[in-house]
Design a protein around this ligand. Sequence first.
Ligand code: COA
Length: 218
Amino acid sequence: MRIAVVGAGGHGRVALDCLRVRSGDDLDLAFFDDRWAEVREVDGVAVLGPVEALYAVPEWDLVFVAVGDNAARRRIAEDLVRRGRRLVTILHPHTAISPRSTIGEGTIAVDGSVVNAGALVGRCVILNTLSSVGHDCVVEDFVQIAPGVNLGGGAVIERGAFLGIGAKVVPLARIGAWSVVGAGSVVLGDLPARSFCYGTPARAVRPLTLEEVPADAV
Ligand SMILES: CC(C)(COP(=O)(O)OP(=O)(O)OC[C@H]1O[C@@H](n2cnc3c(N)ncnc32)[C@H](O)[C@@H]1OP(=O)(O)O)[C@@H](O)C(=O)NCCC(=O)NCCS
């Protein structure tokens, strides 16, 4: 199988590792990244060109978008799908994903991540190392759950939100779309959309600027 990975940075490297652990050496892999002139290779896999070059090579039709910035990941993934590419889902073998949960395409579950029964995880979500998604949670498209984050049962993380390392969310709390929750925060209640939040209990400190979350991130 041939898989193109978009994004040759740190997250791309993690995705590559997960793919290799999952499928051994049978995969034909390549990176595409707009910084291809500076980054020519990652862990033995070539960077073949900028993202746009992917469209000139129809054989690379399966793609994983390994871009950490949630808004950029959304933009690139939606463009790829619009232009006929299929998004790959990566589940590291050392995860515990309930068969009674749903995981959307283009999502990655890195080693040690747990998804419990009834959870709905959307498209192009990052579930990073040792994170847990409790029963019946909803994690919408383009969310990023950093290492060591724990979501209590029934929590709702709206589209594009970012939860920093070690953040904790109590059951049933809702985090608004595209908000950023700082590392180590403890979320005891709902947080508004497009806000910079942190602390224990986590509070919305200020709205995010359009530079931080572009207006087209919807
Ligand atoms: C939320 C975050 C991204 C903000 O970074 P930033 O925009 O550079 O913000 P700054 O560091 O300039 O901090 C701005 C203010 O918020 C405070 N702050 C930021 N994050 C905080 C946190 N998690 N807890 C408490 N206070 C925090 C800072 O102390 C600073 O306060 P001050 O203005 O009184 O000095 C960062 O703090 C964070 O949590 N990063 C986690 C990254 C992560 O998990 N990555 C995973 C990749 S695998």
